[in-house]
Structures are given as structure tokens and as C-alpha cells.
Design a binder for this molecule. Structure first.
Ligand code: SAH
Ligand code: SF4
Ligand code: F3S
Length: 443
């Protein structure tokens, strides 16, 4: 067998960040990362379990790999990530062409596991940890544009939203050493990166204590520390839980020009009754108070969200409350989902998935239509304004155009002139679609 690994990643940014850790751990042991699946003897699939369709997609991929294994029977397939954690031995039993299963906290064991898998063993390692943060592992950013990067600052989640599988797949919440985060940001800046996004399921509850000094670092302080790496390094973060988005954080955001004005604040529902059933631990009033605080401290801040249509017991009135919330907040972007019942969650144990699928679909479509309209109107308000854009690369449509993002995280496309990716440039917006701003370089 060769020493080549091939990795495919599904799910959220945290999974992509984990794949970079896995790659780092394996390259240290002499493995080589290849991007062509035909060149590898080890296929690693980093999976997501958030909704049923995420898992169905992986199952389909495994069927495709079954065909590949018929022509190259020695190839070993491994399942990593959240679905590995959720299904463990069941996946081993059901998918006989899978050789290994590794949960999100067990990646350090991968090199040793692969040694045994070469010998023909099949094995699963899915122990969750209270302390693993991989803080000493320098991720190998194999898919990077060399300009923007994600930095994982914490792992796990213990909010136990009633619908959500993440606390079961990723374990307890734990924060990474603040100095290792700042060092990673500094190294990235020295390598030419110009933007970092700090990642966690609920970054506002980041809290790390330095053992030697007893000093505690919360999320606002961490943001300051990273922002101070260099004024030319942009800093973003995701995701914020509305229950603990603090004024302190907003004040820090307002005082550092390199902290981007963009906040992802998943609302999930606009109905007080649904939010309570979801165990989100805030009311619509509290949520709107946080929105008002954002607008007060950062008038030009973009706000984006996640929403679930058709959660257990959702009535037409609850759904209208969600539409009302969207009209009131006027999000710049939203990730919109149909509720999917997940095994072992509070919802599965105690609630009924009683909204018929066609009703869920119709409600979701209503939210999507409304949000599309609002996003377009919001973008139309940007026409005529000038934004500083961090250029990320060539536009997908034409190599004569570049694209980048403004502080608000909106994509702006413009004629390239003599600008190169990685530079900052002032661009005046001349027109827009619901998804993109189009502009020209300000002379
Ligand atoms: N930690 C983040 C969310 C991570 S999961 C937060 O709390 O904001 C990303 C999104 O998937 C969630 O915000 C939610 O909108 C959606 N989601 C999670 N579980 C779901 C389920 N069972 N069905 C449908 N959507 C779900
Ligand atoms: Fe899931 Fe809630 Fe944790 Fe987000 S905060 S990952 S929705 S349990
Ligand atoms: Fe999916 Fe796990 Fe992320 S379930 S959304 S990959 S934390």
C-alpha cells in the first residue's frame, strides 16, 4: 500500500478546520496528501450529521466508493467527524467497505490506527474528550487561497438546543489556549494571510484561563489580542449565540478598524413558544434587543442568521412570527433549513415531528422568498457607496475581474486593473444582485 491520503470534507467550517488538523497529523508521520482519488490508498471522509440529508449524502458517497473498491480492493476507506461519532459501531456493521471510524476528538490516534489498518484490521475510535483542542497542531491549509483562513478557537457545545445533534457528536465545550490562537494568527499574517475567522459553535462563551498567572481571557479580550496582531489583518468570527452576545464584544468590535462589521446571529425561530421548546434560552424580545445593540454600536454591521422551518408543533402563527422577525431584522443573508428530527436529541425523546413535510417545505419557501427580496433591497442600498475590499481572487465568470469582500462580508466583483489578490482596494458599488455587489475601483 502507498502512503497517500485523500480527504473529502462535508459539513461546517469546523469540519474543514479539522480536516486540516488531520492532514497535519498524518503528514508528520510521512503520509502525503493527494488531490486525485485515483492516486490514494487511504480515503478519509470527514462527515456531518446535522440533518438527515447530510447523512444520506455520505451514504450515497459510500456506495460510490464501493464501486471504486471493486477495481482497487486494497483501498481503505475511513469515516471521520460527526457522523462517525454519532453512529460508531453501527456504521462499521452497516458499511462493510469502511475500514475505520474516527470521532472528532480521536484524530491523534489516526497514525497508529492506519498502521494497523494496513495489516487488515478494522477499527473505531470515538472517545470524546473534555480537554482536546489540538492547540499544538499547526493545520495544513491545503485548500487555501493564501489570503483568508479559519482558526478554531474552541470545540464542542453544551447548549443542548432541542433539535441539535452537535453536543452529542462534538462533546463538551472547551476553549483553546489564547496564546496558541494569537500565535497561529501571527504566523498566518507573516505568511501573507490578511484575514482570519475565529471559529466555534458559540464563540461568545470562549473562556480560557492561563494556569501560571490565573488570568482569564474571554471572547472580547481574545478578539482584541488577535486584532492587535496587525492592523492589516482582518478578524472575523462565527458563530454567536444570541443569549450571550455581549455589549463588551460590540464595544471591542467598534474600537478596532480591522475587526469586521459582520455578525452571524442564528435566530432559529421568531416565535417565543418555539424558542422555548427549542431550548434556545432567549426570547424574541431579547434577540431584538441584541439586534438593536448591534445597530447602536456598529451602524453599518451586516447581520446574518440561521433559521429552522417546521420544528415540532410549529403552527401557522409561529411561522408568521418568524417571517415577522425577518421583516424586522432585515438580514443580509440567511441559512434556511427544514427541521430534520435527529436521533437522541431532546426533540426526538420528548416532542413530535408533527409538521407535515409539504407544510415544512411551503414555510421554508416563504422564508426563502422573503429573505431573497430583503437581501436584494439591502444590497440596493449599498449602490453608490465605497467599501474597502480585501481581494481574494479572480471572479468565477471572468479572469478580467476580481472578487473580494468588504468588512460586512459581502462579495464585491470589479474589473481588475493592476490589483492583485491579497491587496486591499477601495471599490465603489455601481450595481448589485441579491447575492453580489458589482463595482469599480475608486480612483
Ligand atoms: N452552533 C451554531 C449552529 C451550528 S449548526 C449555533 O447555535 O448558532 C448550524 C445550523 O443548522 C443551526 O443554526 C440550525 O439552524 C441548523 N440545524 C441544526 N440542527 C438542525 C436540525 N435538526 N434540523 C434542521 N436544521 C438544523
Ligand atoms: Fe447546536 Fe445549539 Fe450548540 Fe448551536 S448552540 S451547536 S444549535 S446545540
Ligand atoms: Fe455538521 Fe458536525 Fe458541523 S454535525 S454542522 S460537521 S459540527
Amino acid at each position: 500500500m502507498n502512503n497517500n491520503i485523500y480527504i473529502e470534507t462535508y459539513g461546517c467550517q469546523m469540519n474543514f478546520a479539522d480536516s486540516e488538523i488531520v492532514t497535519s497529523l498524518l503528514l508528520k508521520e510521512g503520509y502525503l496528501l493527494v488531490r486525485d482519488i485515483d492516486e490514494t490508498d487511504f480515503i478519509l471522509i470527514n462527515t456531518c450529521a446535522i440533518r438527515d440529508n447530510a447523512e444520506q449524502r455520505i451514504r450515497k458517497r459510500l456506495r460510490e466508493l464501493r464501486a471504486l473498491k471493486r477495481s482497487r480492493p486494497w483501498v481503505k476507506v475511513g469515516i471521520l467527524g460527526c457522523m462517525a461519532e454519532r453512529l460508531k459501531d453501527q456504521l462499521m456493521a452497516e458499511e462493510d467497505n469502511v475500514s475505520f471510524i474516527v470521532g472528532p476528538d480521536a484524530y491523534r490516534q489516526l497514525p497508529a490506527m492506519l498502521d494497523r489498518i494496513r495489516q487488515g484490521e478494522r477499527m473505531a475510535e470515538t472517545m470524546l474528550s473534555d480537554s482536546e483542542t489540538y492547540d499544538d497542531i499547526e493545520p495544513v491549509r491545503y485548500d487555501s487561497n493564501g489570503i483568508t483562513a479559519y482558526i478554531s478557537i474552541m470545540r464542542g457545545c453544551q447548549n443542548y438546543c432541542a433539535y441539535c445533534v452537535v453536543p452529542y457528536t462534538r462533546g463538551k465545550e472547551r476553549s483553546r489556549d489564547a496564546h496558541s490562537i494569537v500565535n497561529e494568527a501571527r504566523t498566518l499574517f507573516e505568511q501573507g494571510y490578511r484575514e482570519v475567522t475565529l471559529l466555534g459553535q458559540n464563540v461568545n462563551s470562549y473562556r480560557w484561563k492561563e494556569a501560571s498567572s490565573g488570568v482569564e481571557v474571554g471572547f472580547p479580550q481574545l478578539m482584541e489580542m488577535v486584532a492587535e496582531v496587525d492592523p492589516m489583518l482582518r478578524v472575523r468570527f462565527a458563530t454567536s449565540h444570541p443569549k450571550d452576545l455581549s455589549d463588551d464584544l460590540l464595544r471591542v468590535m467598534a474600537s478596532y478598524p480591522n475587526i469586521c462589521h459582520s455578525i452571524h446571529l442564528p435566530v432559529q425561530s421568531g416565535s417565543a413558544r418555539m424558542l422555548k421548546l427549542m431550548n434556545r434560552r432567549y426570547t424574541p424580545e431579547w434577540y431584538l434587543d441584541r439586534i438593536d445593540a448591534i445597530r447602536r454600536y456598529l451602524p453599518d454591521c451586516s447581520i446574518t442568521t440561521d433559521v429552522i422551518a417546521g420544528f415540532c408543533g410549529e403552527t401557522e402563527e409561529d411561522h408568521q412570527a418568524t417571517l415577522g422577525m425577518f421583516r424586522r431584522v432585515r438580514y443580509d443573508y440567511a441559512y434556511m433549513f427544514k427541521f430534520s428530527m435527529r436521533p437522541n436529541t431532546y426533540a426526538e425523546k420528548h416532542l413530535q415531528d408533527d409538521v407535515p413535510d409539504d407544510v415544512k417545505t411551503r414555510r421554508l419557501e416563504e422564508i426563502i422568498a422573503l429573505q431573497g427580496q430583503i437581501a436584494l433591497e439591502n444590497n440596493q442600498l449599498e449602490v453608490g457607496k465605497t467599501f474597502t475590499v480585501l481581494v481574494e481572487g479572480e471572479s468565477h465568470r471572468s479572469d478580467k475581474q476580481l472578487f473580494g469582500r468588504n468588512s460586512q462580508n459581502k462579495v464585491i466583483v470589479f474589473d481588475r486593473g493592476d490589483i492583485q489578490p491579497g491587496q486591499y482596494v477601495d471599490v465603489r458599488v455601481t450595481r448589485c444582485t441579491a447575492a453580489t455587489l458589482i463595482g469599480e475601483i475608486e480612483k
